[in-house]
Design a binder for this molecule. Structure first.
Ligand code: GDP
Length: 198
């Protein structure tokens, strides 16, 4: 797949506003500051692309990008926006849950987690949703360029232990990633290619 072809399609505040549930979607999710925009930019080699999702007013939207006909990348906004009220967060959580549980064309989720910090409740919720709904999920341990080898090994070990603890099946995987030095970019593309060709 040529990820450079990504073009912005639309933003949807509600699952009902999404295009027809057909084709293949892969969704990127992560708490804000996890490195999602940087990862999307590295993947698509487009600096403008993820900026769309950061435009005020679009941060609560499900943003869709088309790669090829019927093959879409989906940017799911994370939490952590200081100015967002609890009410908006709760409504966004509902939309997110609805998207994860009802979207038939959703073939996989890429969950971005800052490799320097332990996983947070948002990450656990996403992993749990993947386990319960039998969804493919691939965790990117981001900003891995900031870690030395023993820290990298530790980040991987902590996540592996967590996945074991929640009895995550084999369709839940993870890798180290850095948008800055492109560590793991080929591996990520390989994973996405598999999903888009399912
Ligand atoms: P988002 O909120 O999840 O979209 O996160 P961003 O992509 O905007 O990144 C948040 C911060 O982390 C920014 O200051 C980025 O420059 C930094 N960042 C993102 N990816 C990397 C990376 O691979 N390496 C390093 N060192 N910093 C990164």
């Amino acid at each position: 797949m040529n990820y450079r072809q990504a073009t912005y399609v639309m933003g949807a505040a509600l699952v009902e506003q999404l295009p027809h549930d057909y084709g293949i979607e892969v969704a990127f999710a992560g708490r804000s500051n996890a490195g999602k925009s940087s990862a999307l930019n590295a993947l698509t080699e487009q600096t403008k692309l993820a900026r769309v999702s950061k435009t005020p007013g679009r941060t609560q939207l499900i943003n869709l990008f088309e790669l090829e006909e019927h093959k879409r990348l989906v940017d799911l906004p994370g939490y952590g926006y200081a100015k967002v009220s609890e009410k908006i967060k709760a409504s966004w959580q509902k939309t997110l849950e609805m998207y994860l549980t009802t979207r038939a064309c959703l073939k996989g989720i890429v969950l971005l987690v800052d490799s320097r910090h332990p996983i947070k409740s948002f990450d656990c919720m996403m992993i749990e949703a993947a386990v319960q709904n039998d969804l493919n999920l691939h965790v990117l341990l981001t900003k891995a360029d900031k870690l030395n080898n023993s820290e990298k090994a530790k980040a991987e070990r902590l996540l592996r232990d967590y996945l074991k603890q929640v009895r995550a099946p084999e369709n839940i995987s993870f890798q180290l990633f850095s948008a800055q030095n492109k560590m793991g970019l080929d591996k990520l593309k390989h994973k996405l290619d598999q999903w888009y060709n399912l």
